[in-house]
Design a protein around this ligand. Structure first.
Ligand SMILES: Cc1cc2nc3c(=O)[nH]c(=O)nc-3n(C[C@H](O)[C@H](O)[C@H](O)COP(=O)(O)OP(=O)(O)OC[C@H]3O[C@@H](n4cnc5c(N)ncnc54)[C@H](O)[C@@H]3O)c2cc1C
Ligand code: SF4
Length: 507
C-alpha cells in the first residue's frame, strides 16, 4: 500500500479532509492533477485572470448538443477555492428538509443541520470566518460568535446598509474567509484589496484550501502531496467491492481507503471513465445515478449605476441579503427566490477584461459609478442535467437550469429596490454553462442505494473503500455559496473514517 488514505484532489473537500485526518498519524497521500498556483504579479491582473484565462484550464467540453465551450475552472493545489470569493455561509435549516420551489421540490437530505453544525464551527475556525451572528434573518442556530469580527463596510457601503434597512430589509455582514487582522491593519496579512473575488490571493491571505487545508496538513510528517498527478482511472478487485489501483498519467497507486475529491464534474467523469466489465456503465453506478442531477447555482452578476455618485469602495464584498431566501414577500408567489451578496468591486480593468469591445472611458465611468451584486437562486435537481463522456472520453455537460422563474423574479425585485435607492441603471448578466464555479450534485448521498451513489457517510454504496468529499455529495445546493458545507462535510467524513480505522474496520 502506498498510503492508508489516498485523497484525489486538494480543493475544499480534499484539502479539508487532509487537515482533519492529518493528526491521526495515518499515512495520507494527496494526488493533485495541478501544481501550486504561482505567486506572481498577474495573480492580481484582471486581464491575465479574466481575459487571457492564465489560470483556467484550456480544455474544451461540450454541452448537451455537442457544442464546445471552455469551462471557467482551474487545476491547482487548493482547487477552485484559489479563485473563490471566500463568501462562506452555512446552509439554512430549511435547506436540509425538502423545499418547495415554484418549479419543483428539492429532496430531503439524509442528515440534518444539527449533524453538520459542529463541523461548520470547526470549518469556520480553520478558514478564518469573519462575520456577525444575529443579523441574518435566516441564520441557522450557532454555538457562538463567529471566530473573527465582520469585515467592516467601507463608508459608501455602510451608507447603503442604512438605506437598505430604511426599506425594511435586513442586510448582514457577509461571512467571509480572509486572514484579516482588523486591529493591526498595518501588519494584517489581508490588505483588503480590490482583486479578491475571482482572483488568487498574491499574499496568501485568502482562506482557501491550500492555505487552510493542505498547508496545515503537510506540517504532519505522515501527509504527502503529489502534484501533477492526474488520476485517470480507478480499478477494482475481482469482487468489485474494493478499489485496488489508482492509475495516474504516469504511475499506479494503492491505498486502504480512497477518497474522491476532484470536484463534482471531474469526480463523476472519473467514475464513468473507470467502467469495466463488472461495471460497464461506470464505477459505483449500480443506481445509474453517477453524473446525474448536476447542480449549479443560477447566478447573475448585477451592476447598479448611480450617475450622480461615485463609489470609491475598494473591498466591496461585505453585504449579504437573505430577505427573499424563504419567500418572495408576495403572497401570490409563495416560493423562495434566493440570496443576494456583493460582488468584489468591479474595477475598470475587470470590466474591460470582460468587455474588451467597450471604449475604456465608458468602462471606467461605469465602474466608478456602480455598486455590484451577485444574485443566487437554487437550481433544482434534474436527472437529465448530467455529466457524461463523449466517445473520445471528453466531458459532456448537459445543463438546463431549473427554477428560472424565481431567479427572474429575484432580479426584477432587486432592480426595483435599487431604483428606489437611486440607481436608475441596473444591468444583469446571468451566468452560462461555462461558469461551473458552484458545481454540485452528480454523486449524491442518501439512504437508498437505488436512488443515490453514496451512503450518508459519503461512502459509495457499491465499493467499500471508496468515499467522496467534494461538492458532488449534495442532493440539493440551496441558494448560499457551497464551500463551507463541502468543508464541514469533509470534517464530518474524517470523523467517521477515524472511527473506522480505530475500530479496525478498514481492511
Ligand atoms: C471564481 C469562483 C468564485 C467562487 N466563489 C465562491 C464563494 O465566494 N463562496 C463559495 O462557497 N464558493 C465559491 N466558489 C466555489 C468553490 O470554489 C467550490 O464550491 C469549491 O472549491 C468546491 O470544492 P470541491 O472540493 O468540490 O472542488 P475543488 O475545490 O475544485 O477541488 C477539486 C480538486 O481536484 C483536482 N482534480 C480534478 N480532477 C482531478 C484528477 N483527475 N486527479 C487529481 N486531481 C484532480 C483539481 O485540480 C482540484 O484541486 C467559487 C468558485 C470560483 C471558480
Ligand atoms: S482582499 Fe485580502 S484575501 Fe482577498 S486577495 Fe486581497 S489581500 Fe488577499
Amino acid at each position: 500500500m502506498d498510503a492508508d488514505v489516498i485523497i484525489i484532489g486538494s480543493g475544499a473537500g480534499g484539502g479539508t479532509l487532509a487537515r482533519a485526518l492529518a493528526p491521526t498519524g495515518l499515512s495520507i497521500l494527496i494526488l493533485e492533477r495541478g501544481d501550486y498556483l504561482p505567486r506572481e504579479q498577474p495573480n492580481w491582473e484582471a486581464e491575465a485572470v479574466f481575459q487571457k484565462h492564465r489560470y483556467h484550464t484550456q480544455e474544451s467540453w461540450q454541452d448537451s448538443q455537442g457544442r464546445p465551450f471552455r469551462p471557467i475552472t482551474g487545476y491547482h493545489v487548493g482547487g477552485n477555492t484559489k479563485f473563490y470569493g471566500a463568501a462562506i455561509l452555512r446552509r439554512r435549516l430549511t435547506d436540509f428538509a425538502g423545499r418547495q420551489h415554484r418549479d419543483g421540490r428539492t429532496p430531503e437530505w439524509p442528515i440534518r443541520y444539527a449533524d453538520l453544525a459542529p463541523y461548520y464551527d470547526i470549518a469556520e475556525r480553520w478558514y478564518f470566518a469573519h462575520g456577525q451572528a444575529g443579523l441574518d434573518p435566516t441564520e441557522p442556530p450557532r454555538g457562538g460568535a463567529f471566530p473573527y469580527p465582520p469585515m467592516a463596510h467601507e463608508p459608501y457601503m455602510a451608507r447603503l446598509v442604512e438605506q437598505l434597512v430604511g426599506l425594511g430589509l435586513h442586510p448582514f455582514p457577509l461571512p467571509i474567509a480572509l486572514n484579516r487582522d482588523a486591529l493591526n491593519p498595518l501588519t494584517s496579512p489581508c490588505i483588503r484589496c480590490a482583486t479578491c473575488d475571482g482572483f488568487p490571493c498574491l499574499v496568501h491571505a485568502k482562506g482557501d484550501a491550500e492555505i487552510c487545508g493542505i498547508e496545515p496538513a503537510l506540517r504532519h510528517p505522515n501527509v504527502r502531496l503529489a502534484c501533477n498527478e492526474r488520476v485517470i482511472r480507478l480499478e477494482t478487485s475481482p469482487s468489485g467491492r474494493q478499489i485496488e489501483k489508482i492509475r495516474t498519467d504516469s504511475t499506479t497507486y494503492t491505498a486502504r481507503i480512497v477518497v474522491l475529491a476532484a470536484g463534482a464534474i471531474q469526480s463523476a467523469a472519473l467514475l464513468l471513465a473507470s467502467a469495466d466489465h463488472r461495471a460497464p456503465t461506470g464505477l459505483a453506478n449500480r443506481s445509474d445515478q453517477v453524473g446525474r442531477n448536476y447542480l449549479c447555482h443560477i447566478n447573475s452578476a448585477c451592476l447598479a449605476i448611480n450617475p450622480a455618485k461615485t463609489n470609491p469602495t475598494i473591498f466591496q464584498k461585505t453585504i449579504g441579503i437573505n430577505d427573499f431566501y424563504d419567500a418572495s414577500g408576495d403572497p401570490s408567489y409563495p416560493y423562495p427566490l434566493g440570496h443576494i451578496q456583493n460582488l468584489g468591486k468591479v474595477t475598470p480593468s475587470v470590466l474591460h477584461a470582460q468587455r474588451p469591445h467597450l471604449p475604456y472611458a465608458l468602462v471606467r465611468w461605469i465602474a466608478r459609478h456602480s455598486v455590484d451584486w451577485w444574485l443566487t437562486t437554487e437550481d433544482l435537481p434534474d436527472p437529465d442535467n448530467r455529466v457524461t463522456l463523449d466517445p473520445k472520453g471528453s466531458i459532456r455537460l448537459s445543463w438546463a437550469p431549473q427554477n428560472l422563474a424565481s431567479h427572474e423574479r429575484l432580479c426584477s425585485h432587486w432592480r426595483k429596490l435599487l431604483h428606489t435607492l437611486g440607481y436608475p441603471f441596473v444591468f444583469f448578466e446571468r451566468m452560462g454553462i461555462e461558469a461551473t464555479a458552484h458545481q454540485a450534485g452528480t454523486l449524491v448521498f442518501g439512504g437508498n442505494p437505488q436512488t443515490s451513489v453514496l451512503n450518508p457517510w459519503c461512502q459509495t454504496h457499491d465499493i467499500d473503500n471508496l468515499y467522496v468529499t467534494d461538492a458532488s455529495f449534495m442532493p440539493s445546493i440551496s441558494a448560499v455559496n457551497p464551500s463551507l458545507t463541502v468543508m464541514a462535510n469533509a470534517i464530518r467524513v474524517a470523523e467517521h473514517l477515524k472511527g473506522q480505522f480505530a475500530e479496525g474496520r478498514v481492511p
